[in-house]
Design a protein around this ligand. Structure first.
Ligand code: SAM
Length: 285
């Protein structure tokens, strides 16, 4: 995930897909994305904290909870849970059990440190794209927040989500908007004549693996991979897995510009171009 505008320390390396010609075949196996996230676990835990990033607090979590509508006593799966930002909100809704699954052992450790005394929370290190004990058809609902673009094999993850929830069970995913938020390939621009801010998209229609490097100035080189997929490919992955999409919502930033000559144009653009896409699904019988 690359949180929009909030990660100035992130710079993309020149990637293989930026060269002319068709994209090279994927080298990573499903689940190998966790190595990158494990390397940046400390940074990510600090960024998100106990209450979530700015975008979590103002846009992502309110939408996730509204769409998921967790009910008392329910058993909920939080897939790619990271350090557990969604979990306190599920507990507040008095759910009966939360299973948090993430491929990064260090992020699961952070989550365990937060919820170790709560018997309703189970936390597992596992690959969301491969069968596991959590994909057992026992969950009333599942969520996957800001991770659809972090898994290398989305159809495989969608199949595991479908396996994890009961027939008729719910699934909510929120992720970077595939049309407007493509790291290094989508940018803001300013049209001085029309005094408007526009969104420029340089590449969209071909899937891309975009390396995201943290702290490049500190000799780091810790890399996560952002898997851009055109929107049809994303939605089809869930539909083909038997997760019928009932709601597709575009989520907009809560941020507004400081007063100034461009404020009107910038604030207009913020209401025109969504940051995230949210889907709510029902598992077909
Ligand atoms: C941007 S973080 C989002 C975490 C959390 N849901 C949140 O909103 O803060 C993406 C997460 O996806 C996890 N992840 C990436 N690939 C995965 C895989 N194949 N299986 C399980 N988790 C994976 C990473 O470890 C990371 O915690």
């Amino acid at each position: 995930m690359s949180f929009p505008r909030k990660r100035p320390q992130f710079h993309a390396k020149k990637a293989a897909w930026q060269r002319p010609g068709p994209p090279p075949p994927k080298k990573r196996a499903a689940g190998s994305g966790e190595q990158g996230w494990d390397q940046v676990a400390g940074w990510y835990d600090k960024l998100v904290g106990d209450k979530g990033s700015d975008y979590h607090r103002n846009v992502i979590l309110p939408a996730a909870l509204r769409l998921l509508a967790p009910k008392p006593g329910e058993k909920i799966l939080d897939l790619c849970c990271g350090q557990g930002v969604l979990i306190p909100h599920l507990l507040e809704a008095k759910v009966g059990r939360v299973t948090g699954v993430d491929a990064s052992p260090r992020l699961i450790e952070s989550a365990k440190a937060r919820f170790q005394n709560d018997k309703r929370v189970e936390l597992l290190v596992a690959d969301a794209c491969a069968p596991g004990p959590w994909a057992d058809g026992s969950h009333d609902a599942a969520a996957c927040i800001m991770a659809v673009h972090d898994v290398p094999d989305l159809p495989a993850m969608a199949r595991q989500v479908a396996a994890a929830v009961k027939p008729g069970g719910r699934f909510v995913a929120i992720f970077m908007h595939p049309c407007f938020r493509i790291p290094q390939q989508a940018h803001w621009g300013w049209d001085e004549g029309r005094k408007l801010q526009y969104r420029r998209v340089d590449r969209y229609g071909v899937p891309q693996e975009i390396p995201i490097v943290t702290h490049p100035g500190q000799g780091g080189g810790d890399t996560t991979t952002f898997y851009h997929r055109p929107v049809g490919e994303v939605l089809t992955a869930f539909g083909q897995a038997g997760l019928a999409i009932t709601v597709c919502e575009e989520l907009f930033s809560h941020r507004r510009s400081q007063p100034g000559p461009r404020a009107k144009g910038e604030n207009r653009a913020v209401k025109e171009f969504p940051v995230f896409l949210a889907i709510s699904c029902v598992r077909l019988p």
